[in-house]
Design a protein around this ligand. Structure first.
Ligand SMILES: Cc1cc2nc3c(=O)[nH]c(=O)nc-3n(C[C@H](O)[C@H](O)[C@H](O)COP(=O)(O)OP(=O)(O)OC[C@H]3O[C@@H](n4cnc5c(N)ncnc54)[C@H](O)[C@@H]3O)c2cc1C
Length: 229
């Protein structure tokens, strides 16, 4: 059984991300042709200053020009079900119709169960029972698309997920919040870390929403920021 944590790799992103966003921002306020803005800019501080001003004032279309893609595996179906609720993302997910499980399917054990040996044993036993039933069905000729009805939320999945920078920031703001479920929080944290390795200037944006807002707007606050008055 692989480790219980999501595996995330950034597999695609534009080369000149900062410059592209800057060009989009600057084009709105300049008589220059966008190509001239693009070719004449290299001052990172100047670019970041304008980008922050534009994003802070809510002109988010300027960051929609950037598309990034992640290869994600070892996440539960419970987690991917939450991820696919984000409507501005694109997904290609391992199919439970076309990919028949052979032997014990991979599954994710939540840490709360993992750390309790007695409950962990029961959990694993139950996964084995499900696997046996699934195999009995498929060996009896039941197609995988129907046999999968017995598979649990814990079943591991893999997918390619793509999104633009506006949605990436929105995803981070919502899912890095301590109110988000633990697994999607880890997944999105890893997505952010992967992108930040290449684009560290995004650090100020790939944060829980309270850090951008300066306050917490959740019903139950973790106490990190003052609650909305
Ligand atoms: C802590 C937490 C708890 C949650 N609990 C539940 C739950 O109990 N039950 C449940 O069903 N879901 C739950 N969700 C999922 C949540 O309701 C959203 O479906 C999910 O977070 C996607 O967010 P979104 O709609 O803002 O973003 P996206 O779908 O990523 O869209 C981004 C933004 O685009 C705009 N947008 C997108 N589509 C439309 C549209 N059709 N019309 C107008 N504007 C649009 C909105 O401004 C939106 O914020 C939870 C999410 C979180 C973070």
């Amino acid at each position: 059984m692989p480790d219980n944590k999501p595996v995330v790799n950034l597999i695609s992103k534009p080369e000149n991300m900062l410059k592209t966003v800057y060009t989009a921002c600057r084009t709105c306020y300049s008589a220059e042709a966008p190509v001239n803005i693009y070719n004449s800019t290299d001052d990172e501080e100047k670019m970041l200053k304008l980008i922050e001003r534009v994003i802070s004032s809510g002109h988010f279309s300027t960051i929609e020009h950037i598309q990034v893609s992640f290869a994600i595996s070892n996440v539960s179906r419970a987690c991917t079900h939450q991820l696919v609720r984000h409507r501005h993302m694109s997904f290609s997910q391992k199919s439970q119709r076309y990919v028949k499980e052979k032997g014990q399917f991979d599954y994710i054990i939540p840490p709360t169960i993992e750390k309790n040996p007695e409950l962990k044993e029961k959990f694993e036993k139950f996964m084995t029972e499900i696997s046996n039933l699934y195999s009995e069905f498929t060996e009896a000729g039941i197609p995988a698309e129907d046999a999968r009805f017995v598979l649990p939320n814990a079943a591991a999945s893999s997918l390619v997920a793509s999104l633009n920078l506006r949605e990436m920031i929105h995803l981070a703001n919502l899912r890095l919040c301590t109110r988000a479920q633990y697994e999607i929080r880890i997944l999105v944290k890893k997505m952010c870390e992967e992108l930040l390795k290449e684009e560290p200037w995004l650090k100020a944006y790939l944060v829980p929403k309270c850090e951008r807002l300066g306050f917490c707007d959740e019903d139950k606050s973790c106490g990190r920021m003052p609650v909305r008055g």
